[in-house]
Design a protein around this ligand. Structure first.
Ligand code: MRU
Length: 351
């Protein structure tokens, strides 16, 4: 488990691990203004739905540093502009929008307060989003650990670990909790083309935590499942609709279909901040399309003709019927998801 936070607020600035440099170098970026933070989200220096949500909260704090004056009305307009700007960084992870809504709600609840007070209240809210993530990841880990049977072989994709949150993870948090309980298991990490979050980040993180980890190419998942070498799949999520349909890193849907065919449980691990109860199904989830360069080149190495046409969606949607259960901070939600998601989430305030 990571001992250093992926992202934090330090002396009035945002400090984050530059994940584009991992696993070769552990380097940090200091963001002193909102534009630098926006760019860090866009190019995936900070990534993973919960970490993006935390970054958005801190981004608002950076954005208000430049505001001068005592007019609360103008201040609120300024905050709304900063939020709108941050909202353009990446479209799929709903944690980003939920965090921005949470920041805007502070202003609504405290209309009439001075600019100075509003700034303080926003700071407390951003720090609360950070603390909430630390707390709920541990809670999800502890609930999910019961799904890991002795000597399990687990498959995962992308990075849903400490690096995708403040410091513990969602799907990988379940593994950290299982390890703490002295359970024996091993992990197969899919490399996760095109940006290799599985190869670069998940293996780095799991090996630091001394968890038995094997890296595979994405195309090897089917064969491993057929050969009865996988007992469960655990993934994170970027957005979960009210019916349980789940957007996550491209390739997640492949694993879910394969798991169904081979009768292997498929678990999604995500906090309430990843649910979007305003949409009834995954069809309404906006999927980020990224540049062709990510598929044509790996860093500076060209791996395809420069002018080839490329299709590069960053996420896909796994239908709820392929999901065995969703692990949340309030426990494990099982089908029927429409009813059980509503029953679990309506009773809890996100904070
Ligand atoms: O493009 P990324 O690296 O931000 O995609 C991240 C994922 O798909 C993760 O699985 C998801 O955000 C859950 S992280 C706990």
């Amino acid at each position: 488990m990571m001992t250093l936070p992926t992202i934090c607020w330090q002396n009035g600035y945002v400090k984050l691990i530059d994940q584009t440099k991992l696993p070769n170098k552990l380097e940090f970026i200091i963001c002193r203004d909102v534009k630098t933070l926006w760019a860090a989200i866009k190019r995936l220096s900070v990534r993973g739905a919960p970490a993006i949500g935390v970054a958005a909260g801190f981004g608002v704090l950076l954005g208000i540093k430049t505001f001068k004056g005592k007019d609360s009305r103008k201040f609120i307009q300024h905050v709304n502009k900063v939020c709108d700007y941050l909202a353009t960084s990446r479209p799929t992870a709903v944690n980003l929008f939920n965090a921005l809504d949470q920041m805007k709600n502070v202003l609504q609840r405290h209309a009439g307060e001075s600019v100075e007070n509003l700034k303080q209240l926003l700071k407390s809210e951003a720090l609360a989003i950070y603390e909430y993530d630390r707390k709920v990841c541990r809670a999800m880990g502890d609930h999910g650990a019961e799904l890991i049977k002795a000597n399990s072989r687990i498959m995962t994709i992308c990075n849903a670990g400490a690096l995708a949150t403040v410091d513990y993870g969602t799907a990988l948090g379940v593994m950290y909790s299982a390890k703490r309980l002295n359970k024996k298991f091993k992990v197969y990490a899919c490399e996760t083309r095109p940006l290799l979050q599985g190869a670069r980040l998940t293996t780095w993180e799991l090996m630091r935590a001394k968890i038995d980890t094997t890296l595979i190419c994405d195309s090897m998942a089917a064969g491993l499942m057929r050969d009865q070498k996988i007992d469960a799949v655990f993934t994170g999520a970027d957005r979960i609709a009210a019916n349980g349909d789940t957007a996550n890193k491209i390739g997640t849907y492949n694993l879910a279909v394969l798991a169904k065919f081979h009768n292997i449980p498929f678990y999604v691990v995500a906090p309430f901040s990843t649910f979007d109860l305003n949409i009834s199904s995954g069809k309404q989830i906006p999927i980020e399309q990224r540049g062709s360069d990510e598929v044509i080149n790996f860093r500076s190495i060209q791996t395809a003709p420069q002018n080839v046409k490329v299709f590069n969606p960053a996420f896909d949607v796994t239908e709820a019927k392929l999901i065995s259960a969703i692990v949340t901070e309030q426990g494990i939600i099982r089908p029927p998801f429409v009813k059980n998601i509503k029953a679990t989430i309506k009773s809890v305030k996100i904070k």
